[in-house]
Each structure stands twice: as C-alpha cells, then as structure tokens.
Design a binder for this molecule. Structure first.
Ligand SMILES: [Zn+2]
Ligand SMILES: [Zn+2]
Length: 448
C-alpha cells in the first residue's frame, strides 16, 4: 500500500503532467503501451516458429495478413511466378497518404540453421532437413525482433495518418542470411512496380547494446563481402619425384601466408580489411603430388576503392607467386570472384543526420549512441545502389538485458553474439524502443 506522502507526490506529478499539452511523443508512447503486450505475443510466436532463408512461407503470410488488416495495399509472393531463381516470399505493402516523399522500411524475415540452446518458454524446437542431415532452426540473428518492430511501426503509421503526408512502403525481405533476397526482389521489379523510394530505413538488433537504446552512425556500418575461389594449377606426379612436378600445394601454401601481408602491408591501417582463407583443399594421398589446389576466401572491406584494391592485390599475388614458381602461362591460376558479393552498407550522411535528430527527440539523447561499424555484411546495401539509388540508413537496436551487460562488464560473464544458439533479446523494452524509433524516424521524413 502506498503511503499518503507517495500518493500526494503521484497526484502532484499527474497535475503537473496534465498542465502540459500532450505532445505527439506522449501520444505515441501511450499507443505503444496499449499495444505492447500484443506485440510481445507476436514476437514470441515468430521466435517459436522460425523458417530458414527462402522458406519463409508462414512468416511472410503472417506479415502480409497483418499489414492487410492495417489497411496497407499488400503484394505478397513477389516474383514467385516470374523467375525460378526468386524466393517468392517477398512482401511489399503500400500506404499512400497525400503528397510528399516516399519512405521505405525494410525488415528481414529469415532464421538460421542453429539449434536453439536457451531455456526460454518460447524457444524454437523447429528442425529442417538438409543434405547433411537434420538441423535446428532458430531466430539467432533477431529477425523476429525486426519483424515485430516493423509491424508495430506499420500500425503506428497507419493510426497517425493525420500527422504525416507522403507514401510509406513496407518491405518484408526473404533470404537475408544467404544474401540472395534483396537481389532477387530487385530483379523482380521492386523499384519499378511500386512507388520509388526517396529514403529507405532499416534497423538491426545488436548483441552488445542494452535494450532501450539505439545507435546510429554516418557512413560505413557493415562491411562489403566478397567470396573468392582460387585454383592453383601445377603438374602432379609422384611424391618421391617432386622435381618432375610443379607442386600446387607449395604454391598455394605460400599464397595463404602472403595474402595476410595484403592486409598488414598494403591496406590503410585506418581502414579495416579482412582476408580470410576459410578452405584449402588439395590432394588425395601421401605420395601423390596433385595437379591443383583450391582455396576459398572471404574478403571484407568498407569502401568500393578498398574492395578493388584488395581484389586486385589478391589476383596480382596469386598470378605472381604461380609465375615465380615456374607455372607456365597456360596453367596460370583460375581466380573467380563470386557474383553474389555484397557491397558495404554505407549510411547516407544527410539522411543519417535527419534520422539521428528524430531519434534524439523520440528517445532522448542519452538513449541514442554513436554506432560502431562491424565487419559482418548485409544485402540491405544493394538497395542503395539500385535505381533510383535511394538514400539509406540502417541503425542498431539495443537488444540485450542491461543486467547481462553489467554482469559482463563487472564479472566477465560471456555475452552471446548474434548467430549464437544462446542469443536472445529482451523483447519488451527492445520492441518498444524499436517501434518508437522507427515510427518517429518515418514521421520526421514525412512531416507535413
Ligand atoms: Zn545474421
Ligand atoms: Zn541479421
């Protein structure tokens, strides 16, 4: 029971608050509070029922159904019947509301082949069959959180049409984890069949930031990613007669070591670069020198110039080392840069500043941090490069129980990263903060 003193204090606060006109932010807070338990229920449902990349059948249906109920003009199964290469689970929802710019908000929808290792009452027990056997399926990257925030934002924008003017387009993207979804949707006419974006926004949960905050930064947020396949070709022969061969294992081994000097001796140390040889395969038996050796590399860079420079250096080093070993021109190495590369995710400077201001106003400056870039990659970057080249921003949504972060700092307890079987967000404050942040950012860009 409250003491009289507390009651008076609460009453005085209520009178004080009532003396002020309700701001748009207060109204938004109240609306979010009225819906948050439903949203948390949606989040738990999505978490318990994850679907792998390109298989987002039920997930995309839930997104499409919810957006239709909110009054959006929804197109689902985008591309399914036009190109067998498309995943067919893209959802695009349009809400036209008078003259003004067009703002797109994107969520990803897919989960990962990870067996969940949490004790959550809503933990996933879903499994899927793969060629290597049965795998667990888990929203270990927080795309369930993204979708919940996205649907909450959709509802808030639909209910506040008197506050803004322009067009909102909401995009549910399949297959982010396999980096095929954005490209597939663009091939299906994403920017020609629907209102062209002036601005495009997205958020990603962050496993190192507490729930209740967001973090934003101008420029590079996520690295560009390239996969490179290298085949070193020599001449095989008897392991006891190396002089009669051109040993590709020796050449490839020299190359693996040399590749690290590209990062440490050729690239600007102020700009992060990663070259990792993740796979090295050659030979069949102790006493046979094989004809060739295969390397698989992942390359992470932050700018197109840096990317060009690293890829050129990899080609130069590969050809140079093979030539130095005496490999003739007709057995020169084969170097293939995979087509499914994604560029770095670069936040447009002017748009970032506008969104940053909106986030400051919505959440308070103390809850809007300077974002840190990481060397993971996203295909959200592809939208910024596709015609009409919209200004894009992605920001971090803090997702972790603040107590866990405190324990990690004070006691050194381990914080699971994204993609970990033990990772899970603290839903309620993260959803509340994400929906408020995204709604406020869109409304600021579509201010009357
Ligand atoms: Zn991920
Ligand atoms: Zn993700």
């Amino acid at each position: 029971m409250k003491s009289m003193c507390t009651v008076w204090f609460v009453l005085a606060l209520a009178v004080f608050a009532g003396a002020r006109p309700a701001t748009a932010q207060n109204v938004l807070d109240q609306k979010i509070s009225a819906n948050i338990s439903d949203w948390v229920a949606t989040y738990k449902h999505l978490h318990e029922h994850p679907e792998l990349s390109t298989e987002e059948k039920e997930t995309s249906a839930l997104i499409a159904r919810t957006l239709r109920k909110l009054g959006y003009d929804v197109t689902d199964h985008l591309g399914q019947y036009e190109d067998p290469g498309l995943t067919g689970y893209g959802v695009v929802a349009v809400l036209k509301n008078g003259p003004g710019p067009t703002v797109w908000v994107r969520t990803d929808m897919d989960a990962l082949p990870v067996k969940e290792n949490t004790s959550l009452p809503y933990a996933s027990h879903v499994t899927a069959k793969r060629s290597a056997g049965e795998v667990g399926v888990m929203h270990a990257c927080g795309h369930d959180l993204h979708m919940t925030v996205f649907l909450g934002t959709a509802q808030m924008l639909a209910e506040s049409k008197s506050q803004w003017s322009g067009t909102v387009v909401l995009l549910g993207q399949p297959a982010e984890e396999t980096v095929g979804g954005a490209a597939a949707l663009l091939r299906a006419g994403l920017f020609t069949k629907f209102p062209k974006p002036d601005y495009m926004l997205a958020l990603h949960d962050n496993a190192w930031l507490p729930a209740g905050v967001v973090a934003i930064r101008e420029g590079a947020l996520l690295a560009g990613s390239d996969s490179v396949d290298i085949t070193i070709r020599g001449y095989g022969g008897h392991g006891a007669a190396p002089n009669a061969t051109k040993d590709p294992i020796i050449i490839a081994s020299e190359l693996v070591v040399f590749l690290q000097t590209i990062v440490s001796r050729e690239m600007d140390p102020q700009q992060p670069t990663v070259v990792t040889v993740g796979s090295f395969h050659a030979g069949t038996k102790h006493n046979i020198i094989p004809d060739d050796a295969h390397l698989q590399l992942t390359v992470r860079t932050m700018t197109p110039e840096q990317r060009e420079k690293v890829l050129a250096a990899i080609k130069r080093a590969t050809n140079g080392i093979a030539e130095a070993a005496g490999v003739p021109a007709d057995r020169a190495p084969i170097i293939e840069v995979a087509k499914d590369s994604v560029p770095a995710t670069i936040n447009d400077v002017a748009l970032t500043r506008r969104v940053h201001t909106a986030l400051d106003q919505a959440l308070g400056k103390d809850n809007v941090l300077e974002g840190q870039p990481i060397m993971a990659s996203e295909d959200f970057s592809l939208y910024a490069l596709a015609d009409p080249k919209p200004a894009t921003v992605m920001f971090w949504l803090g997702a972790v129980d603040p107590q866990k972060i405190k324990d990690s700092l004070e006691k050194g307890t381990r914080l699971p990263s994204l993609h970990s079987s033990e990772y899970y967000p603290l839903p309620e404050p993260a959803i509340r903060t994400g929906a408020k942040a995204m709604t406020s950012a869109v409304e600021a860009l579509l201010k009357k």
